[in-house]
Structure formats: structure tokens, C-alpha cells
Design a protein around this ligand. Structure first.
Ligand code: PCA
Length: 214
């Protein structure tokens, strides 16, 4: 069961990205079945690199990880959308901003996560780790990387469970404690491990839905 875990380098005003620390600490464990990658917060480089990594490693699980400053807990993303939209004030590492552009011209409108959401939420709950299902990964680089991974798995016909985990700030990144929630590295790391375990153990039918239609 091979897994690729992809985090991001520095972004915004934060000196370090917790996702980079999480991914680098996974890499240090020396698990042969785990590929750890950190990508720059760059539209062009993410769009080019994610399909190459998918093709090279042909993983069973692809998990993207990124910082969502302001979120109070771990969040597993339900959906990646075919929308890139961010203002110049949030320009990426190459100085690029976009206004209502498609991630992939003629691509699907969205891809739902294929990670086993119920198992992830259940294992977080059992372990006492706060986490929830998020309905939107935004329209920035995290959503874009998630979309590119889901599309690459489909285009390359790889049977891979694809999903994305957003993590809160680490306590030492907080500058305005009255309005910035945070979570310790130990909890974030334990929560990430549980996502990977659930992904690796997923049965064929597990995914976002519980099997009912609304
Ligand atoms: N978070 C950003 C991009 C990189 C990161 O860590 C996001 O949520 O889109």
C-alpha cells in the first residue's frame, strides 16, 4: 500500500507551514511505502508536478496537506472544485493571481474525495482529536493540488484514494490569540496518521457517501 503525502512550503505571512513540518516528519520515519513531498505554493509548479508524482509513484492513497489558518480543528475535505480564484494580495510564490479561472479547461466541475470519510471522522473521535468534514477546500492552491491529484488519478487510470487534509495553525505561529485557534504538532501528527491508516485500510465501497441518497 503506497501512499503519497504532499504538503506545502511557506505561504502567507507564516514563517513555516505546519504541513511542511508534518510531511518532513513523516519522511524521517523511513517508511518505504510512504512518499513525502513538499511543493511550493505555486500554481504552475503544482499543476506540473502533481500529475508527474502520481504517474511516478502510482500510489494507493494520495493525501494533500495544507494550512488553513483560522480553522479550529483538523478538516478532511469533501470536494475539489474546478475553480482557481485568488486576489493579487494573495499572489502565489511566483507572484501569480487568478480571477475565476478553471483549474483544468474542460475538466470535471468537481471531484469528491475518495478517502473513507466515516472511518476518518470515527477514528479522530475515538482518539480525542478534534476534526470535521469540510465542504470547501477554497479556491487556492490546496484546492488546486487536490483537484490535480484527483484528475491525474483518473486520467492515468490509477486506482488511488485521493483526499486533502487542512490543518490549523501551530501554537507558536499564533500572533493574535484572541482570534487565532491552534493545535499542537503532536495532535496534528496523530490526526494525520489516522487519515493515512484509514485510507490504507479502506474497503472498495468506502468514500464520502454513507450509501444513502438525499
Ligand atoms: N494552504 C493554502 C495553500 C498552501 C497551504 O498550506 C490553501 O489552503 O490553499
Amino acid at each position: 500500500m503506497r501512499a503519497v503525502v504532499q504538503g506545502f512550503g511557506p505561504f502567507g505571512d507564516f514563517a513555516v507551514n505546519p504541513s511542511e513540518l508534518l510531511v518532513r516528519s513523516l519522511a524521517e520515519r523511513g517508511d518505504d511505502d510512504l512518499v513525502a513531498e513538499v511543493l511550493p505554493v505555486s500554481m504552475q509548479r503544482v499543476a506540473e508536478t502533481v500529475p508527474k508524482l502520481m504517474d511516478k509513484h502510482r500510489p494507493d492513497v494520495w493525501l494533500g496537506v495544507g494550512l488553513a489558518a483560522g480553522r479550529p480543528a483538523l478538516s478532511i475535505e469533501a470536494v475539489a472544485v474546478n475553480l482557481a480564484h485568488w486576489p493579487q494580495a494573495d499572489a502565489d510564490a511566483d507572484g501569480v493571481s487568478v480571477t475565476r479561472a478553471a483549474v483544468a479547461a474542460d475538466g470535471a466541475a468537481a471531484y469528491l474525495t475518495t478517502l473513507p470519510v466515516a472511518q476518518i471522522l470515527g477514528s479522530w473521535h475515538e482518539a480525542g482529536i478534534p476534526g470535521y468534514l469540510s465542504q470547501s477546500a477554497g479556491s487556492y492552491l490546496c484546492n488546486l493540488s487536490f483537484y490535480c491529484a484527483a484528475q491525474a488519478a483518473r486520467d492515468l487510470d490509477i486506482d488511488c484514494r485521493v483526499g486533502f487534509l487542512h490543518v490549523p495553525l501551530l501554537p507558536d505561529l499564533v500572533t493574535e490569540p484572541e482570534r487565532q485557534p491552534s493545535m499542537s504538532m503532536a495532535l496534528q501528527s496523530a490526526g494525520l496518521d489516522l487519515v493515512l491508516t484509514a485510507g490504507r485500510n479502506a474497503t472498495d465501497r468506502a468514500g464520502l457517501y454513507l450509501g444513502r441518497t438525499a
